[in-house]
Design a protein around this ligand. Structure first.
Ligand code: BMP
Length: 223
């Protein structure tokens, strides 16, 4: 059971430092998003991680390009994170295979987006969901992103990918999924952004998410 906090808001590093420091012992890691890195520079990842070396640190640039370019982008933060997120839909040859090689060389993990938490994911991405799952399998991706807002997608990802692939699920809180929805469907981590980072008391909010996750699992995941 896991909880990752999404750091997206382009706040001053001094403010974010306090947040990361406060949450460090209460969560399982952080996902650093593009708005923050674009505003503060890739060095922000290193600075924040040094405040909380424990846990999983994920760079979420949602890479979707040719291999050459994805490698260049990933290289800006690869030394400071455990894993990098890319879109599965760009395909293997000339794209994800090259990124995967680079991450393997660096001892870093690849996470692929196979379905998204917003309703528009149904318009295109979810029509090729099975193909995206098979790309994740072929590439031996460490993990996939699948939506907490649609637990059936998480369930199907777990069924298709087996127990060893990590499933990370956003959409909890601000986007409507409840803590535990994705875990109950087979996810390893729920990703929570605004419901924690925008709370008056982020630590209390994170602890409440955890409490609700535990309660759902303890009660056998009934609705
Ligand atoms: P929030 O809990 O504030 O909605 O944040 C969710 C986080 O997960 C954001 O960083 C967002 O970019 C990311 N995300 C998502 O919401 N849906 C997806 O399908 C994939 C994501 O990475």
């Amino acid at each position: 059971m896991g909880l990752l906090v999404a750091l997206d808001r382009p706040e001053p590093v001094s403010q974010l430092s306090g947040l990361v420091d406060e949450l460090c012992g209460a969560v399982d890691g952080f996902k650093v998003g593009l708005p923050l890195v674009l505003a503060r520079g890739p060095g922000v990842v290193h600075r924040l991680r040094s405040l909380c070396p424990r846990g999983l640190w994920v760079a979420d640039f949602k890479l979707a390009d040719i291999g050459y370019t994805m490698r260049l982008v990933a290289s800006t933060v690869v030394d400071y994170v455990d894993a990098v997120i890319a879109h599965a839909f760009v395909g293997v040859e000339g794209a994800l295979a090259e990124l995967k090689d680079m991450l393997d060389e660096k001892g870093r993990r690849l996470i692929l987006v196979v379905s998204m938490s917003h309703p528009g994911s149904r318009e295109v991405m979810d029509k090729v969901f099975e193909d995206l799952l098979s790309i994740a399998s072929r590439l031996r991706a460490w993990g996939v992103v699948a939506p907490a807002t649609r637990p059936a997608m998480v369930r199907r990802a777990r069924e298709a990918l087996g127990p060893s692939v990590k499933i990370l699920s956003p959409g909890v809180g601000a986007q409507g999924a409840r803590p535990g929805d994705a875990l109950c469907a087979g996810a390893d981590y729920e990703i929570v952004g605004r419901a924690i980072t925008g709370a008056d008391d982020p630590l209390a909010a994170a602890e409440e998410v955890r409490r609700m996750q535990e309660e759902r699992l303890r009660e056998g995941c009934g609705s």
